[in-house]
Design a protein. Structure first.
Length: 116
């Protein structure tokens, strides 16, 4: 039996490698090349702070892709393009189907209720 040929990427594309850079405070600092530097985005901060919500969103996306859940029309206006609104993140497939407008209004309403 012949061995499989070794796959090479001569250009180094898609690789993450460590590089040494000069820093004004220290002499050297190790960072990952090809990764975004600086502050985390607001989406990344939200994702890190809400693991249960991320899990519920992921489970719903997976169920939609596999055909276990069928996307419905907006419960308020009947629009065909909808988002799933989770009332309880412990039940990721139990959602209300709302168009983007009514989904945002629902979150605004919940935010106002929580502030009172």
């Amino acid at each position: 039996m012949r061995a499989a040929p070794e796959m090479r990427n001569p250009a180094g594309q898609g690789e993450v490698r460590e590089v040494k850079i000069q820093n004004s405070k220290d002499n050297t600092n190790t960072k990952l090349a090809g990764k975004r530097q600086g502050k985390a985005t607001s989406q990344a901060r939200w994702n890190n702070a809400h693991p249960l919500e991320r899990w519920a969103h992921s489970a719903l996306r997976s169920a939609l892709r596999k055909g276990l859940v069928v996307r419905g029309e907006c419960e308020v206006c009947g629009a065909p393009e909808t988002d799933g609104h989770h009332h309880d993140y412990d039940r990721p497939l139990a959602v209300r189907w709302l168009c983007r407008l009514h989904h945002r209004r629902e979150h605004a309403r919940l935010k106002c209720e929580a502030a009172q």
